[in-house]
Design a protein around this ligand. Structure first.
Ligand code: ZN
Length: 420
């Protein structure tokens, strides 16, 4: 696979995955095409050596793995969720000549980047069908149906010095000037577009707004990729392609969890039992299970902060990654990242063996830093873990920025891991 093919697929995946549900559905489709067999958690498993499998939880987390009986797994972990504005259960507010939706911020989003963008709506809707069975379906409106206009500078002359944003009142997307908008009718129409005709009653939904602008190359030489949800769909894409590229005789596992941006404590988050339950069923003997955990490695892939050319003081000068200069190994003494000298060395060894570059990130000692699913998974399972990621600008903006070379480079390193 060339870098051009790789990036073309990446842009398509970013555009087609406005929610964790869509990301999971798209990855499941990819695994189906690559010959992975679907497993269901509520059924008995009869695994056969030489085959490869995948399963989902809550339609928003996914695991894929090869199965050969060997225990030294290379695991790659990422997350399907990104910060967004989540629709409240009774969202419609009609006032001051406009129809607005009440929203709740999901994750640590940069709120100011959500103003003046063309927004659409997507997610999962649960309903009762004509046979009185509760079902759900994904919807994606696709066209821009909402916008959050800025307040004009004439009405706030301190805007460039001290504008603050109230999450309850200032960031409500405006959908219409027409008073006759009916939310239920709107959802039923969207379900119909998704192929659902028989809706007896609408129950609940998990919907979020997203920016309709497609991912694109930016820069004189297409240096950058600009898109929503680069954190962390780029790592989902790298992990998904990696496990599809390797020979199924090699022990490899890929997991993409939901809810990382809100702390990972959920059934489908890294703090939940999804990975542990799955591995226990693959290795049902406890002795074998522990042997497998202790001879495997988890590569926790999540974006890293590149040094911003306009804000260089925000980085430690000796640990300040550059865009398009390779994967970033993330290190933190307080174990906000799970990398240690052994797992780092293994990564360096693999990258060097195929001449791929790498960099290190340590946050300034007078600043806090983010975290990932790495330390959570390491704590839960006792698996040796490495935190790495693609260098990124504008993390948690509605439009993030990364390099056009780094994800492909990381993919090549991960594919080579099984040979190390
Ligand atoms: Zn992330």
């Amino acid at each position: 696979m060339t870098q051009e093919n790789f990036n073309e697929g990446l842009l398509g995946f970013l555009d087609a995955s406005p929610t964790p549900f869509h990301a999971t559905q798209n990855m499941a489709g990819m695994f189906e095409n690559a010959g992975f067999i679907k497993l269901y958690e509520e059924q008995r498993w009869e695994l056969e050596p030489g085959k490869k499998y995948y399963l989902t939880r809550n339609d928003s987390s996914i695991i894929a793995f090869t199965y050969s009986g060997e225990k030294n797994y290379v695991m790659v972990g990422a997350h399907t969720d990104s910060p967004n504005l989540k629709v409240k259960p009774n969202p419609v507010i009609k006032e001051h000549g406009a129809v607005k939706f009440g929203v709740e911020p999901y994750g640590g989003l940069l709120l100011n980047t959500w103003f003046d963008r063309d927004l659409s709506l997507a997610g999962r809707v649960s309903y009762l069908d004509s046979n009185n069975i509760i079902k759900d379906a994904l919807i994606d409106v696709k066209k821009p149906i909402a916008i959050i206009p800025s307040l004009a500078i004439h009405l706030d002359d301190k805007a460039n010095q001290e504008r603050s944003i109230n999450a309850q009142s200032d960031i409500l997307p405006i959908l219409s000037t027409s008073d006759d908008f009916n939310f239920e009718q709107f959802l039923k129409e969207q379900l119909k577009i998704s192929g659902v005709d028989e809706v007896k009653e609408l129950y609940a939904n998990d919907l979020n707004f997203y920016d309709v602008q497609n991912a694109s190359f930016v820069g004189l030489n297409d240096d950058f990729i600009a898109s929503a949800r680069i954190d962390n769909l780029i790592s989902c894409y790298v992990g998904m392609l990696s496990i599809c590229s390797i020979d199924e005789s090699k022990p490899m596992l890929f997991i993409a969890n939901d809810h990382e941006e809100v702390g990972s404590s959920s059934t489908s988050g890294a703090g939940g039992s999804f990975l542990e339950n799955t591995l226990h069923r693959v290795f049902d003997d406890y002795e074998e299970f522990v042997q497998m955990i202790r001879s495997s490695i988890m590569i926790s892939a999540d974006n890293a902060h590149a040094i911003h050319p306009n804000y260089p003081s925000k980085h430690d000068a000796n640990h300040a990654p550059h865009i398009n200069k390779g994967s970033v190994i993330k290190i933190n003494a307080s174990q906000r990242y799970a990398s240690n000298s052994k797992t780092i060395s293994r990564f360096m060894n693999v990258a060097s063996s195929i001449d791929e570059p790498f960099q290190t990130f340590v946050t300034r000692s007078d600043m806090g830093c983010g975290s990932t699913i790495g330390p959570i998974t390491a704590t839960r399972l006792g698996i040796e873990t490495l935190d790495i990621g693609v260098p990124t600008f504008a993390m948690h903006s509605i439009r993030e920025l990364c390099g056009s070379k780094d994800a492909y480079s990381l993919y090549k390193i991960i594919v080579s891991f099984n040979d190390s």
